[in-house]
Design a protein around this ligand. Structure first.
Ligand code: TXA
Ligand code: MG
Length: 324
């Protein structure tokens, strides 16, 4: 069993030995391993129970390090990286020759990110290489935003988990594909679309979620707690709670205000606060044994787009609610 408190030295030793470590970032906690060690990267997939062909993000210390993983560094990459790194932005760029297929899922591109968290940056600086790190949750489950979430998820399977406090952003990075002429957002996240568009001086569409699954975050069902999830506008929260209670279910509500008859899982009213608290409250719904959690739809501005995206994925397929 791991120590209760792990140090950066513990993490460096584990990473050097090809093991995975729980790593805090500003978005969610990652399950990190040496991105240039194939066996180490395979351990990430095994630990997460994630399908092998899904590509991983390589975390690096700065733009100079990112360029070593890129076969070509587009202007759009430079513009976004300069303005937003360290921060919740992942850039998809053409990969450099040496980048392992196990990292890219055999694709010709690689996802790169400089995380905006002091501990992650300290680990990256001392480790010296790139760290492949997906969110530190079992495949398809809710992402962790505290070290305790990571320990709950993996227990002794991941003995080294660094505690960097609750994640400041709370949803994953925005993924922007700049590998072709037309930039696309592959996953809404911690940087709003309007910010990306302002920096690039053009509209940046959210990529079609077609059958060609490039990012597992684009699968329809993802980020799911055991409890059923229903998303409704604020005006109909009360009616939805009543409706769910009629079926004899234990009902929770994720909203800024309590609703009569439901366990209150409070989130702040602003979209940044909602993003920060969402995953912890979805986990809390399971911890309290709720059957269904009724969630207030966020306003679609700023981080609201990312929150709405994660709620839609948590809610799909509709497991409990009958259509009314
Ligand atoms: O905020 C984050 O991005 C967190 C923290 C730990 O950095 N990481 C994260 O990793 O969310 P993960 O593996 O849960 O999601 C990464 C997403 C996946 O949907 C993956 O398919 C996509 O990035 N991705 C990685 N490389 C890609 C590539 N070359 N092309 C398209 N999508 C890629
Ligand atoms: Mg994930």
């Amino acid at each position: 069993m791991g120590k209760l408190v792990n140090t950066v030295e513990d993490a460096i030793a584990a990473l050097g030995a090809g093991h995975v470590v729980g790593l805090p970032t500003e978005t969610v906690y990652g399950l990190a391993a040496d991105a240039s060690n194939e066996l180490a990267v395979r351990r990430i997939f095994a630990t997460k129970r994630r399908p092998n062909n899904h590509p991983l993000i390589v975390h690096v210390a700065d733009i100079a390090a990112a360029k070593q993983w890129a076969g070509h560094w587009p202007n759009a990459a430079q513009t976004l990286a300069q303005a937003l790194w360290p921060g919740p932005l992942t850039l998809i760029v053409p990969k450099a020759g040496q980048v392992l297929d196990v990292v890219t899922g055999g694709q010709a591109t690689v996802g790169l990110r400089v995380p905006g968290h002091a501990i992650a940056l300290d680990v990256l600086a001392r480790f010296g290489g790139g760290l492949a790190a997906p969110s530190a949750n079992r495949f398809g489950r809710v992402s962790p935003t505290t070290a305790a979430h990571v320990r709950d998820e993996f227990g002794a399977e991941v003995p080294v988990v660094l505690d960097g406090g609750p994640a400041a952003i709370g949803v994953e990075s925005t993924i922007v594909d700049v590998s072709s002429e037309t930039p696309q957002i592959l996953r809404p996240g911690g940087i709003s679309r309007s910010r990306i568009e302002a920096l690039l001086g053009r509209a940046v569409p959210v990529g079609a979620q077609g059958s060609h699954v490039r990012a597992p975050g684009q699968l329809d069902s993802h980020y799911a707690p055991r409890a059923g999830v229903v998303v409704v506008p604020v005006e109909t929260l009360t009616r939805e709670v009543e409706h769910q209670r009629v079926s004899g279910l234990r009902v929770g509500v994720i909203s800024p205000q309590p609703i009569e008859g439901a366990t209150w899982l409070r989130v702040p009213a602003d979209t940044e606060g909602y993003a920060r608290e969402l995953y912890a409250q979805l986990r809390e719904a399971d911890a309290r044994g709720l059957d269904v959690v009724v969630c207030m739809a966020p306003p679609i501005n700023g981080l609201g787009e990312a929150v709405a995206d994660r709620l839609a994925k948590a809610a799909h397929p509709t497991r409990i609610r009958e259509q009314t």
